[in-house]
Design a binder for this molecule. Structure first.
Ligand SMILES: [Fe+2]
Length: 210
């Protein structure tokens, strides 16, 4: 029998952000908690299928459904941990002029403004999902990507550096659906660039198990 400790819900102290209300955060933390619980539940259920050492042919449809859902729930958990930990109440709109992130952005996009325009453009794409700036560990190049839901579009092996939630629950209590741009502006004013620098140095968000 496989035994896996469950993942733990992390706590974030983000009250008082610019343009993202405490109420929005409260609702959002609850949603995040749901992803952690569902990930744990799915892992446990999947383990149940392996008690005999292999998956019964008869059980394959149910097993497959759980495996597919795990991608959604697990990424929902991890991307929220990246998102909350790249926000801070004392965040700032722009990275330091001599920061590694700014240098990496200039190498990949020519200028910070071009990178930002691309990142914001991804964030304004129609649909629910995430805008993520990744680094390719092979070439060190940065690129911005659209992730649908939580699991479609993640680039295998790339390192997430800056993660922005653009599901409607991230801003609908504070802005109209058509005002996603204002939420993106607010997001930028709260970025914890030191967290982004750490990710660039290879120190990633770690999930925690009990
Ligand atoms: Fe979210």
């Amino acid at each position: 029998m496989i035994t896996t400790n469950p993942y733990k819900v992390k706590q974030y102290n983000l009250s008082g952000l610019n343009g993202i209300s405490d109420h929005t955060l409260e609702v959002h933390f609850k949603l995040y908690e749901g992803y952690v619980k569902e990930t744990n539940r799915l892992n446990q259920e999947i383990q149940g299928f392996l008690r005999g050492g292999k998956v019964d042919h008869e059980a394959m449809p149910e097993y497959s459904e759980l495996k597919r859902r795990l991608g959604f729930e697990y990424n929902g958990m991890v991307l929220h941990e990246f998102y909350f930990s790249n926000l801070a109440t004392n965040g700032s709109g722009e990275p330091q002029p001599n920061s590694d992130f700014r240098k990496a952005v200039e190498n990949s996009f020519g200028s910070y403004d071009v990178w930002k325009g691309d990142f914001e453009g991804v964030g304004k794409m129609r649909g629910v999902g995430w805008a993520i700036c990744f680094q390719d560990p092979g070439t060190q190049q940065l690129s911005n990507h659209w992730i649908s839901l939580h699991e479609v579009g993640n680039i295998a092996g790339f390192t997430p550096l800056l993660v922005m939630d653009v599901w409607e629950h991230a801003y609908l209590l504070d802005y109209k659906p058509s005002d996603r741009g204002k939420y993106i502006e607010a997001f930028f004013s709260n970025i914890a660039w030191d967290a982004v620098e750490e990710r660039l140095k290879g120190r990633q968000v770690q999930t925690q198990r009990a």
